[in-house]
Write a protein that binds this ligand. Structure first.
Ligand code: ADP
Length: 245
């Protein structure tokens, strides 16, 4: 069921680098089961916001709570254990390992002891479920190095799913993908959002129109506009930051 308030609640967040306010008073509330898109021009603060949520960057002030638990001050691995997973622009896939081994390794990162005990008993249910969700069953025993760009992106999403997160943070998941791959990814995100909360940083407007409902627009470290994708796209303030430069 949906918790009262958001699964992720950010209030009055400030992040300062050498006196520069990269995040300048952001409020963000993302409800359980939402598929939320985060957009904004380069330098808007999207990566910084994700970095704060995942424990890479410490805020100067403000609150960040996940399922009621304050996040600032916690380390990256503690935040993973709380149930928050993210993808990076750079690949974390081991090319020499099989698709399945990559998923298994990712699952073990969250619960090393459980993974060790399970090693002799075959694939865990979370790994099997992740493999099925990303649709790479036929490639399970193949080295990840042979995957296409799109398949590799799906594997990275699968590696997050194998960790059993409640919240996934995805950084430009369709960048460099073919039209078919984008479509498959849109369906994948929609499916994942049935039982997870997902925040996606994505610029592709065509993709947003098809798969986004609520969009948050960041600009100069603040939330410029938030709402339904059609309303956000029609908003003159959004058009100005994207087209008026
Ligand atoms: P986006 O992801 O939306 O492109 P970023 O979060 O990467 O934006 O950056 C927001 C602003 O903060 C930019 O002006 C960037 O130059 C600055 N910034 C980001 N990280 C650092 C850092 N480690 N040190 C100094 N400035 C930074």
């Amino acid at each position: 069921g949906k918790a009262a308030g958001g699964l992720l609640e950010i209030r009055d967040l400030m992040v300062v680098f050498d006196g520069f306010k990269a995040i300048d008073g952001v409020d963000l509330s993302v409800g359980e089961g939402e598929l939320r898109f985060l957009i904004g021009p380069n330098g808007a603060g999207k990566t910084t916001l994700i970095d704060v949520i995942t424990g890479l960057t410490r805020p100067a002030s403000g609150t960040v709570a996940f399922a009621g638990t304050p996040l600032p001050g916690r380390r990256e691995h503690q935040i993973v254990r709380l149930g928050i997973g993210r993808t990076f622009q750079t690949s974390v896939v081991f090319e020499e390992l099989t698709v399945l081994e990559n998923l298994d390794l990712a699952a073990g990162f969250r619960r090393p002891l459980v993974s060790l005990l399970r090693r002799r008993r075959g694939v865990g249910p979370q790994v099997a479920a992740a493999l099925e969700t990303i649709g790479l069953q036929d490639l399970a025993e193949k080295p990840a190095g042979i995957l296409s760009h799109g398949q590799r992106q799906w594997l990275e999403i699968g590696m997050l799913l194998a960790q059993g997160p409640r919240l996934l943070l995805l950084d430009e998941p369709v960048a460099g993908m073919s039209k078919d791959e984008r479509e498959r990814t849109g369906e994948l995100l929609t499916e994942i959002a049935r039982d997870h909360t997902v925040i996606v940083v994505e610029h592709d407007m065509e993709f947003l129109r098809r798969y986004a409902s609520t969009v948050t627009v960041l600009h100069e470290g603040r939330v410029l506009v938030e709402g339904d994708v059609a309303a956000v796209q029609a908003d003159p303030r959004v058009q100005e930051v994207y087209l008026g430069r």
